[in-house]
Ligand binder design. Structure first.
Ligand SMILES: Cc1cc2nc3c(=O)[nH]c(=O)nc-3n(C[C@H](O)[C@H](O)[C@H](O)COP(=O)(O)O)c2cc1C
Length: 212
């Protein structure tokens, strides 16, 4: 075979291996942000709710919870496990805007005025578990801040649709804070440590706005 053909073959094979490895590292791994421990002697009117599959939005949630010393409730969705089947389910449901069971389905929010609710962006919008949660819960008189992490982009029209859903459940979405982690190749992608630092900065910049 000619040298130039070999070069093309090597480039294609390297591309396939890099692509496969990227997906494996990116969508099958988990960032461990450690345990969040709250000082239960102090009561706050702030709640943090979060769905996270790979740990990045979870890191953001814990940082927000630390800042406010809040209750932190994770939303679990077994259908989106960190294996091939879970990954396929995630892509399919996010693309089709369908949903799967979550745990907890209902959460008592009567003691809270400000609710942070977070998720990764899947197919340009918050992941399906967040939509299911909002549809099944009462947000009457709650101020809601959506938070999210993603690689490259979300669609504002989908965020507006989420805000409308919050309104239909009695709440008001006052903000969307988000962290862009960068494109798929893992060496260039920002991990949970960056998410933690960036969350601190976002909270400093915006806190006053939400507390008024
Ligand atoms: C099924 C699926 C769909 C995704 N769709 C998008 C997308 O539309 N836009 C984007 O920027 N990132 C997308 N991502 C990347 C995630 O939003 C990103 O890795 C996020 O930080 C993961 O958060 P987590 O670690 O809390 O699960 C997608 C990831 C998955 C698994």
């Amino acid at each position: 075979m000619k040298k130039s053909i070999w070069i093309v073959v090597i480039i294609i094979v390297a591309g396939i291996i890099t692509g496969g490895l990227s997906v494996f590292i990116k969508d099958f791994s988990h960032f461990d942000s450690g345990e969040y421990i709250r000082d239960e002697s102090k009561v706050t009117n702030v709640l943090v709710l979060c769905y996270s599959r790979n740990g990045n939005t979870e890191a953001m949630a814990k940082e927000i919870a630390k800042q406010y010393n809040t209750e932190l409730q994770f939303i679990e969705a077994d259908a989106y496990s960190r294996d091939r089947e879970g990954w396929r389910n995630a892509g399919r449901d996010a693309d089709a805007h369908t949903e799967s069971p979550i745990e907890p389905m209902v959460y008592d929010m009567k003691d809270y005025d400000l609710v942070f609710i977070g998720s990764p962006i899947w197919w340009y919008r918050p992941a399906p578990p967040l939509w299911t949660f909002v549809k099944n819960n009462d947000f009457t008189d709650k101020k809601v801040v959506l938070f999210s992490t993603f690689n490259s982009r979300f669609k504002q029209e989908d965020i507006d649709e989420f805000s409308n859903l919050i309104s239909s459940k009695g709440g008001t979405m006052v903000d969307h804070i988000y962290i862009k982690r960068g494109r798929a190749i893992p060496v260039f992608q920002r991990n949970g440590n960056y998410v933690i630092k960036k969350t601190k900065r976002l909270l400093e910049e915006n806190e006053e706005k939400w507390n008024n």
